[in-house]
Structure formats: C-alpha cells, structure tokens
Design a binder for this molecule. Structure first.
Ligand SMILES: Cc1cc2nc3c(=O)[nH]c(=O)nc-3n(C[C@H](O)[C@H](O)[C@H](O)COP(=O)(O)O)c2cc1C
Length: 515
C-alpha cells in the first residue's frame, strides 16, 4: 500500500452515510447573493461546480442564514420564509451541482447559521438601527474599549446593542433552524452543519449574561436545535457542528486559555454523549478576535508543519474520544480546520492523531482541484508527509504593494475603527471566490472546446493586493441587484461603499498587512 494512502480512504459517519476521502471543503461565505440576501444563483452554481469536479470527500456551503433579519455583511444565502417547490428549487439545483456527476460520492452539506449580535446594521437585513436579537444585551465589540470616540461612533453605527431574546424568540430560533434543515433535506443535501463557531453567542460568557436556564446550561439552545432537527430528518441525515475552542473567555493569558479549553472540552464531552452528532469541526475565535483567519505562515512555519491552528485542542479531543468510545459507532468524526495548506500539514495532522477529517478553507479557493493535485503528487511516489510546499502560494496582502505606503503619514492620524469581519484577508478571498465563479460563467457561456480546457486551471489574481481586494469586494459591478437598479438603491449602494471603505481603512487590525 502506498504510504500516503491514508487520506483517500472511505469514511463512515455515525448516521451511516459514507464518503470517499477525508478532505473537506469547509464553509466559506460566498458574498454572491444580492445585498438583502437570497437563494443561490448562477454564481453559486458555477462556483460549486469548480469544487464538485474534484473528488472532495465533503463540500460544505458558506453560512446559509436561518433568519432573513440576521445576515452578516449582506449577500448571504438565506433560508426562505416558506418552503414551496418554487423556493426550494434554487437550493435543489445547488445540491445537484455540489454532488457533481454520477460518479462523484462527495457529500453536500449546508451550513446553517444565525448571526445574532454579529449581524450588522443596514447590511444585516433589518431596517436601519433596529437591534438584532442576541442572548443578552451585550454589544458586539463591547469587550474592546477605549478605542477612541470616532472609532466607537463608527462601531456603534455598524453594530447595535442586541435585544436579549425572550423565550418565545428562542423558540422561534429553534424553528428557524428546523426550517433550514427541512430545506436541506427537501433539496437533497446530505445534511447540515450548525455554525456554533466564530462567536457562538449562547456558549460564551462574553455574550451570554443571562440569568435563566440558558445561562447555567449554556448548551441548552444547541441541544434543543439538534434534537428538534433529529425529529424531522431521517436517521441517515448528516448533522455536524462547527465548534469554537477559544471564544470563551473575556480574559487573555495562558491561564485563561487553559480554562477556556477546559470549558470547550466539557461542552464537547456533552455533545458527544448525545450520540446524535456526526462530525465536529474544530475552529476558534470570533469576528472580534478572528483566530480562525490567522495567516497560516505566522502559526505554522514551513519547518514545523505539525501545528495547525487548533491541532492541540483537537488532538486532546481525539484522545478522549478514543479512550471513552473506542468501538462506539456513534462517536462523531473530528474535523480539524485552520492552516492546512500543504501535503505535510495534512499527513502530519492524520499521523499525529489530530483529526479524522481535514478541513480546508482558503487553500480550496487558491486550489479548487486540491484533491486531484494531491493524488497526482501521490502518484509520483513522493513521501508527501515531508512535502511542505503549499498547494498554491499565499497572496501578498500588504495594503500597498511597494511597502512604501504613500499615505502612511495620513493613516497614522486616521481614527482607528475596530476590526470588521476578518479584515483584508477575508476581502481578498471573497474576491477570489467571485473570480472563481465568474471565470467559469464566462467560459461555460463560450462553447469553445479549448476554453473548456482552461476551465480546469483557475489562477488566483495575485496582482490584487489589500487595497484592491477591499475595493473589489464592495464595488461589484455585475452584482445581481445592480442588473435592474433604481436611483435610490444605487444611492444606498454608494453610501454603503463609502462607509465600508472607511471602516476598512481605519481598521485597527489588518491581519495580513505586514506593516
Ligand atoms: C472568505 C471566507 C469566508 C468564510 N466564511 C465562513 C463561513 O461562512 N462559515 C464558517 O464556519 N467559516 C467561515 N470561514 C472560516 C473558514 O471556514 C475556516 O475556518 C478558516 O478559513 C480557517 O481555515 P483555512 O486556514 O483552511 O482557511 C470563512 C473564511 C474565509 C476565508
């Protein structure tokens, strides 16, 4: 047997579904719908067909919001209010595209999410200055104080203090998730993943200051959602969760880190004991502190590919699982995501027992055919466990390409604004996701056989840098809503662009900006 074969072995989930290998294209918000959100469109279909041709074990959609009034930055896919043949049809088409041709056995998973207090003003799907719902009335960004008056004003403009959910609101959220799962089921998705990471608001003392049972039993909402979904789906419907290892603490430092890890482990022990979850994705951070988006090279040097971002935590969980549930068919598979960008990262994670499944986000945009590339390298009989060459080079995201930023002196005096989303890095990948979708649309329209060949080799645009990425993310000339626009929506669009651009310019944390 080829010593590199561990990745391409069939996997079995507790629900009974199988899939061909351990490579998972994880959730990435596509930013391809109209600003008020909506169903998938041609851009989504083209995008997902770029992945479905390449033998990924599992493909997960970007977050599909269960509440039309709780989008992230707009352009999210949204679960329709009412499920009818007509509203389900675009999702059916998406599932069909994600399943690829008849030989493909990849699983198509829909990620369901409720943005809660992280839902932004205006872009979040509510009337301006209408509060979103959250566990408690604690504003997003509240823990970062003393950032300056202008910064605070802008941040308050973008994020309102949420309204604490009443028990009726909570019941409603449960039924929204159930509607999301029913949508996935009726659209022929293989399952759903619940997004409980990057700001899991009921689980975190940062955002949950309630005094009712949702405080002392912080998993209560999640358990209600999981149980309610299990009641309406067949046993072989996949149910996964994306879980946070590190947004549990208001404090920083190693003691707090240990305490929050222990809290996360305690939660996961309980989740495992439910015996109703098929896989658990390990991630961390939230949009105030987006650890999940750290540049992989800053954490995992090429010489030390052992440390994927959350590998330490997931290996602890794996050890617990193997001691508690050694032959338990109901034990969930562990999916590790964050910083896996070369063959060595993948093989080391498996051989070191860090995970069963390997989650790939940004590298799947740079290299949508990653499983094919990996197979090709494997066929060359190389020992891939020491191959630290990234599948594709990472972008240079300095804000100004030359390194000599002409307006550095102006920016120094610019009022700083707390991080919005995950900064320049997020913007660059959103632009590349759009490029991947659009290039394919152009080529598919053109019936020329030669162009079809080119379709296979997507090239990211490395000439787009930080400033270009932010501009292109927000100025999308062929955006769906601009195809039939009126002057009021155009004015709102322009106003929003100016605001977003300002926020990025003033953002305190340019994660990928080497200055
Ligand atoms: C453009 C972009 C959008 C993302 N959107 C989501 C999302 O919708 N849901 C989610 O759970 N994670 C999202 N993430 C986080 C990724 O799933 C993943 O956790 C993160 O990128 C780290 O993995 P990587 O190092 O392989 O990229 C997003 C990341 C990027 C770059």
């Amino acid at each position: 047997m080829n010593r590199n074969d561990t990745i391409f072995t069939e996997q079995l989930l507790p629900c009974g579904k199988t899939f061909p290998n351990r490579l998972v294209k994880v959730a990435m918000y596509e930013h391809l719908s109209p600003i008020p959100g909506g169903p998938p469109n041609d851009f989504h279909y083209e995008l997902y067909s770029a992945w479905s041709k390449h033998d990924w074990g599992m493909i997960v959609t970007g977050n599909v919001q269960v509440s039309q009034q709780h989008l992230t930055l707009g352009r999210d896919m949204v679960v329709p209010q009412v499920l009818t043949n007509q509203t389900i049809q675009p999702f059916q088409r998406l599932a069909q595209v994600m399943h690829g041709d008849q030989h493909s056995q990849s699983l198509a998973i829909m990620q369901l999410s409720h943005a809660g207090r992280q839902s932004s003003n205006i872009l979040g799907g509510r009337l301006p200055f209408v509060s979103p719902l959250g566990p408690s009335a604690v504003r997003f960004g509240h823990s970062k104080r003393n950032e300056g008056v202008i910064s605070n004003i802008f941040h308050r403009l973008l994020f309102q203090t949420p309204k604490a959910m009443s028990s009726a609101d909570i019941d409603n959220v449960v039924s929204e998730f159930v509607r999301g799962a029913s949508l996935a089921l009726q659209s022929d998705f293989d399952g759903v993943q619940l997004h409980v990471a990057h700001g899991s608001q009921f689980l975190s003392p940062k955002s949950n200051t309630r005094t009712d049972e949702y405080s002392y039993h912080s998993l209560l909402l999640l358990s209600r959602i999981v149980n309610a979904i299990r009641e309406v789906v067949p046993r072989d419907f996949v149910l996964g969760i994306k879980f946070n290892t590190s947004d549990y603490s208001l404090f920083e430092g190693s003691e707090a880190k240990v305490a929050q890890e222990e809290r996360a482990l305690t939660h996961l022990r309980q989740v495992v004991s439910w015996r109703t979850v098929d896989f658990i994705e390990i991630s961390g951070g939230d949009y105030e502190n987006p650890e999940f988006m750290l540049n992989s090279s800053s954490i995992t040097s090429a010489k030390n590919p052992r440390q994927a971002f959350f590998a330490h935590f997931s290996s602890k969980l794996m050890k617990e699982l193997s001691s508690v549930t050694s032959s338990d068919q109901c034990a969930p598979l562990i999916l590790l995501t964050g910083g896996l960008r070369s063959p060595a990262h993948l093989y080391t994670a498996l051989r070191s027992g860090h995970a069963h499944l390997l989650g790939i986000g940004r590298a799947s945009v740079l290299c949508p055919n990653l499983p094919t590339v990996l197979k090709r390298r494997r066929a060359a009989e190389a020992d891939l466990s020491s191959d630290v060459t990234p599948f594709k080079p990472e972008p240079d995201l300095r804000f100004w390409p030359s390194g000599r930023e002409p307006w550095r002196c102006i920016r120094k005096h610019f009022p700083k604004v707390k991080l919005i989303g995950a900064g320049v890095g997020m913007a660059w990948y959103v632009v590349m996701i759009r490029r991947l979708a659009k290039e394919r649309i152009r080529r598919v329209d053109d019936q020329n056989g030669k162009k079809f060949e080119q379709q296979e080799c997507f090239e990211p645009d490395y000439n787009t840098r930080g400033l270009g990425a932010i501009t292109k993310m927000w100025v999308w000339i062929d955006a769906p809503e601009l195809q039939q626009t009126n002057s009021i929506s155009l004015a709102i669009y322009v106003l929003m662009l100016v605001l977003m651009w300002y926020l990025y310019l003033g953002s305190r944390s340019f994660l990928f900006d080497s200055h």
